[in-house]
Write a protein that binds this ligand. Structure first.
Ligand code: GLV
Ligand code: GLV
Length: 324
């Protein structure tokens, strides 16, 4: 029987080729840089066996109902899976593939770049050059905070969190703290990282980096109480999901000087409206969710997502299957 699959976006060609060259695979695609409109998604999934989607596609009960009982596999081209209604998916016996590991290096690298941009005020400084604000070398101008002798707190010491710590260590970080659902001595050993409660991480860190998954337990976790415990000289970086942060509370903390700066690769919503208050702050660097955006990584993610989908449709073990 033909395996019909629907791909919700234009993806790197290497990934689509894996699908189109697979025998018995009939590929349909929303071949656009822009997201598939919801109504289009609902009509195009009808009768499909496999769905290759992105983190910007909300795969909920409505989509699953529209797909019908023939849908066997969902493969997301992302490490995050908070956009998938896993309870509903599990109930229907649908298998899920995702793309961990292959984007760890790219995302960790972007996290470091964002941290340095925020703490050394790179975008603000570059803007001064363009606007004529650079009048002379000034001892007290454009100063920020450095990593040397600092304490770094990682929220979520998973693959990406460890890769961030590994990259930051050579900058002279004195101490790593981390928090999460429980201690991970094996992951922490390389950095001598200490497991601490969230409140202590906030109080003692000079830099906080959020790399945890978005779950009911982490939603809104970085809130008013959290920011009020942080040092006035500290810098907050989030490369996981926007909803881990209470954005109004973050705005207040930045606007009132409760923390020094923030770097965000993820926001709520995405895209962030161009008139959003956070965008008016000089001490907040915001990027458009580009953690995994290297050519090589995106290509590898697309191939992995395609291979996950095919393996699932063939009833074989997937290269990376989410345990439901
Ligand atoms: C990116 O945020 C991903 O989940 O892959
Ligand atoms: C997942 O978010 C990871 O850390 O790889």
């Amino acid at each position: 029987a033909a395996m019909s699959v629907f791909v919700t976006r234009r993806i790197p060609a290497e990934g689509l080729r894996v699908l189109s060259q697979a025998s018995g695979c009939r590929v349909q695609q929303w071949d656009s840089e822009e997201p598939v409109p919801r109504a289009e998604l609902l009509s195009r999934v009808a009768g499909t066996r496999g769905l290759l989607c992105l983190l910007s596609d909300r795969i909920d009960r409505e989509v699953l109902d529209a797909a019908g009982p023939g849908l066997k596999v969902i493969s997301t081209m992302s490490v995050g899976f908070d956009h998938l209604a896993l309870d509903e998916i599990k109930k229907r016996g649908i298998r899920v593939g995702y793309t961990p590991d292959v984007l760890t290096d790219a995302t960790a690298e972007l996290s470091v770049a964002l941290l340095l941009s925020a703490c050394r005020r790179l975008l603000e400084a570059a803007q001064q050059v363009k606007s004529g604000g650079w009048t002379t070398w000034k001892p007290l101008w454009m100063c920020g905070y450095g990593l040397s002798d600092s304490t770094v707190g990682i929220i979520g010491l998973g693959r990406i969190g460890q890769a961030v710590a590994r990259r930051l260590k050579p900058f002279g970080v004195k101490k790593f703290l981390y928090t999460g659902s429980g201690p991970k001595p094996e992951s922490a050993a390389e950095f001598g990282a200490e497991f601490v409660p969230l409140a202590r991480l906030a109080e003692e860190s000079d830099f906080v980096v959020v790399t945890c998954a978005l779950t009911p337990a982490t939603q809104g976790m970085c809130n008013k109480d959290f920011f009020s415990r942080m040092k006035k000289t500290s810098v907050f970086v989030n490369t996981s999901r926007g909803a881990v942060v209470n954005q109004e509370d973050l705005y207040d903390a930045l606007a009132q000087g409760q923390i020094a700066a923030a770097g965000l690769d993820v926001t709520t919503p995405e895209p962030l409206p161009t008139d959003h208050p956070l965008l008016s702050l000089k001490n907040c660097v915001i990027l458009p969710h580009i953690g995994s955006a290297t050519y090589a990584t995106r290509s590898t993610m697309a191939v992995l997502a395609a291979n996950n989908l095919l393996a699932g449709l063939r009833g074989e073990p997937m290269p990376h299957e989410l345990k439901l």
